[in-house]
Design a binder for this molecule. Sequence first.
Ligand code: HEC
Length: 156
Amino acid sequence: MRKNNQIKFSIIALIVFFISQLTGLGISRAEELPTPCPEPRFTKQAPSEYYSLKNPLDSTIKNLKKGKLLYQIKAKPMACKHCHSINGNGKGPLAKGIDPPPRNFTCEETINGVPDGQLFWIIKNGSPETEMFAYKRLTNNEIWQIILYIRELAQK
Ligand code: HEC
């Protein structure tokens, strides 16, 4: 009887482990390493007509919720969290071995110095010669909503 319970327990533990890995709740070794902050940044600068753009949207609860949903789940072909991670520290499950690494949105010293228009241009067009690809299917409005959410990640 005791042995049966032990087997049951092991099976449950295994199932919990796999679910946590699948949902991204599992903490991998890479995520335990501290993220450099300030973060070295060599990203190509957006053309001036983009660089000077200001976010036209307000940080209303509705816009922030929409931005979060896109970042965490809905953005196609792939949600941002897979690289930039659930909390924005740049250590998502797909970030391992990527060079340059995905931006760490939680590092205020780096991200607060990057203007809205620059973030917008990179999300829309990708960062040349890096793994950050262009999100052609997002509308301008959706990109601005994601940027509102990214700015919040730096405040936590
Ligand atoms: C496949 C991995 C990957 C995914 C998915 C991804 N990114 Fe990135 N992202 C990167 C990498 C790598 C960089 C660093 C590029 C660089 O250094 O120029 C980056 C950089 C950025 C930057 C920094 C721009 C700057 O000028 O500093 C922003 C903003 C950004 N990503 C937003 C997003 C958003 C929003 C999404 C989801 C809609 C997303 N990323 C999805 C890999 C990814």
